[in-house]
Design a protein around this ligand. Structure first.
Ligand SMILES: [Zn+2]
Length: 158
């Protein structure tokens, strides 16, 4: 599966190359076809290198965007640039398979996926069972309280 960050990086690199290449080719054609007659050093600067500054700005903006996207999607392990699409600690961390504690530094195998899925279901069931138990307990207590309720000791409803 191609990663989002990878695709974004490739797209940004493509745009950057296209902008730089387009500028160079355009300038080369202008110079060699004689359409540019640069009258002075300042005009030459602003139509030449100077006008590239805007494109550096665009590239910078794309770079910043990519950096933030990468920051958002990459593994939270310090210094790791893989895509972190595995949640750990209930979603506090997005980790890559290498740094996720459940995977022990390996890509999850079929067995591990099966095992983790089973464990997850068991946990869910345990939580549900606990809740159910608590609920039963509370209702039983209430029933018992109501059952042994002495009308004389009953708190008058407000
Ligand atoms: Zn990692």
């Amino acid at each position: 599966m191609p990663s989002i960050a990878g695709l974004v990086c490739a797209a940004a690199a493509g745009i950057a190359l296209w902008v730089i290449h387009g500028r160079l080719v355009g300038h080369w054609i202008e110079v060699h076809t004689g359409t540019v007659n640069e009258p002075g050093p300042y005009y030459g600067f602003w139509s030449g290198f100077g006008s590239d500054l805007a494109e550096f700005g665009v590239i910078g903006a794309i770079g910043t965007g990519v950096y933030q996207l990468v920051k958002k999607y990459n593994c939270h392990y310090p210094g790791c640039w893989r895509v972190g699409n595995h949640q750990a600690a209930g979603g506090q961390f997005s980790l890559c398979y290498r740094h996720h504690p459940d995977y022990q530094g390996k890509k999850p195998t079929h067995e591990l996926i099966q095992q983790l899925h089973r464990e997850h279901l068991e946990r869910q069931q345990a939580i549900y069972g606990k809740l159910h138990e608590v609920h039963e307990h509370v209702t039983a207590k209430q029933a018992a309280a109501n059952g042994t309720d002495d009308p004389a000791r009953r708190v008058r409803p407000r």
